[in-house]
Design a protein around this ligand. Structure first.
Ligand SMILES: Nc1ncnc2c1ncn2[C@@H]1O[C@H](COP(=O)(O)OP(=O)(O)O)[C@@H](O)[C@H]1O
Ligand SMILES: [Mg+2]
Ligand SMILES: [Zn+2]
Length: 460
């Protein structure tokens, strides 16, 4: 860009796409009105003399080193991080405003401050406001230093004086680097500040947490670019009406992803939920029509979750489909298969599907549960209350294999379920468990025949 002799550049605030002229719609991420005029920063590298640097090292000669992790005293947080914080790692915690990022980070800071100096930098709240929250959470705060500052240069100057063991930046959208000239929260600032924080963390071997707000459509405001830079990306999720919060790892350079931690938002902050399956099923009405329990797998952790469905005749126009916590396209697929392969007349029905507890299920293994819940509501017949189900639904109405069915079955047995529907395909027929009857099924029609309670005079 520096070669073009122009001093103006337009940058998409959602994905970081650059353009020499203003565009109404981003050709990369399809966002409307996302281009903002920005003064490009000319990289200093062009005029710098080339330095000798370090020669390449033969792989076999590189000393092996196990990333040293310091476990946080919060069990669920640790699990999601893959066992602890790695020195010099940059961890992004993103989530909607109000979901509890600051709360979680303050709790993690206080816990870490028991043996290390922690600096909590807030560009959003004053130390007084943070003190109020700390008092509510029962945090005394020895070893925990607060800094209300947004200028990244000042932040670096200040934190280096304390040589901390952990730094928290809350949030990335409020910090800025003065030389850039762009507004805080713009893609330019967010990307550049993240890079600088990364360099700082690596150079000083200090782990850094950054909080990032996401917009309603689920992307991190502007900076999806951040996700490429940082070492670990965690999402804090939950529904406004539910107290449950899920901490999900979607990227981890030092461990496995897709681990989740489950918390409950309470007066005293985010409290870890030790037995999430039990918590998610606690309000279940066993006789309920339109309710099915699925054994889903979140990372390495099996979770039992209730899926509810409601079908009602469409009053006018096109039938509506609403998916809450399940993938909308999976709902359409399951509905189409139920119509075509099972013969349910859903074409004139509005269908609503909801996952209890604010959990979002991404995996197709929940398909069978969705199908059972919809069929149950449509036929006004309950699903067997002692039954859990797992299986992906294929387009021809077959039940497809899922990963690790044994662990899902074991979780269902642990929670006292008596029967579990599993796909016959894959490991299905080889499974056994002393406490639960395992029923391998190969088609959706078959699964519905087994799963729904028989109603007198209405069998099909
Ligand atoms: N007195 C309180 N008792 C219980 N929960 C509270 C109280 N005050 C705030 N909260 C919870 O804390 C949340 C704010 O969390 P916060 O950590 O500030 O979110 P974020 O940093 O993600 O914007 C609120 O949505 C609310 O649920
Ligand atoms: Mg906050
Ligand atoms: Zn874009």
């Amino acid at each position: 860009m520096s070669k073009l002799g122009k001093s103006i550049l337009f940058v998409c605030q959602k994905c970081g796409k650059e353009s020499l002229k203003w565009l109404g719609r981003c050709p990369d991420c399809q966002e409307w009105n996302s281009f903002v005029e920005t003064t490009p920063v000319i990289p200093a590298t062009s005029s710098r003399p080339r330095s000798a640097g370090k020669p390449p090292q033969e792989l076999s000669q590189v000393a092996s080193q196990v990333a040293s992790r310091s476990p946080l005293p919060l069990v669920e947080f640790n699990r999601v991080l893959g066992g602890g914080l790695v020195a010099g790692s940059l961890v992004l915690i993103s989530g909607e405003p109000g979901i509890g990022k600051s709360t979680l980070l303050l709790q993690a800071s206080a816990a870490t401050a028991q043996d290390k100096t922690v600096v909590y930098v807030s560009g959003e709240e004053t130390p007084h406001q943070i003190k109020l929250r700390a008092e509510r959470l029962g945090i005394k705060g020895d070893g925990l230093y607060l800094l209300a500052e947004a200028d990244l240069e000042v932040i670096f100057n200040q934190i280096e004086q304390l040589s901390p063991g952990l730094v928290v930046i809350d949030s990335i959208q409020t910090v800025y680097f003065p030389e850039l000239g762009a507004a805080p929260g713009s893609v330019t600032q967010v990307r550049d500040c993240t890079l600088r924080l990364m360099q700082w963390a690596k150079f000083n071997s200090v782990p850094v947490f950054i909080a990032g707000h996401v917009t309603k459509d689920g992307t991190i405001a502007g900076p999806r670019v951040m996700e490429h830079i940082v070492d670990v990306v965690l999402y804090l999720e939950g529904e406004a009406f539910s107290a449950y919060r899920l901490l999900r790892c979607v990227k981890n350079r030092f461990g496995s992803t897709n681990e989740i931690g489950v918390f409950e938002m309470k007066e005293k902050g985010l409290i870890e939920v030790a037995n999430p399956s039990r918590a998610f099923l606690s309000q279940r009405n066993e006789e309920a029509i339109g309710s099915a329990v699925v054994a889903t797998l979140e990372g390495s952790r099996p979770l039992l979750v209730e899926i509810q469905a409601l079908t009602t005749p469409t009053s006018f126009g096109l039938p509506r489909r609403t998916a809450n916590g399940v993938d909308f396209n999976r709902l359409l697929l399951v509905t189409a298969v139920l119509t075509k392969r099972v013969g349910l007349r859903l074409g004139n029905q509005d269908i609503m599907v909801n996952v209890i507890g604010g959990l979002k299920i991404g995996e197709p293994a929940a398909d069978l549960g969705i199908a059972l819940a919809i069929t149950s509501s449509f036929r006004d017949t309950a699903v067997d209350p002692n039954l859990a189900a797992v299986g992906e639904v294929g387009l021809s109405g077959e039940i497809r294999a899922v990963s690790q069915p044994d662990r899902r079955v074991a979780e269902a047995a642990r929670l006292g379920f008596k029967r579990c529907l599993v796909p016959k395909a894959g490991a299905g027929t080889g499974l056994s468990h002393q406490d639960i009857e395992i029923i391998p099924v190969s088609t959706l029609k078959e699964a519905i025949g087994v799963g729904l309670v028989k109603k007198r005079g209405k069998e099909e």
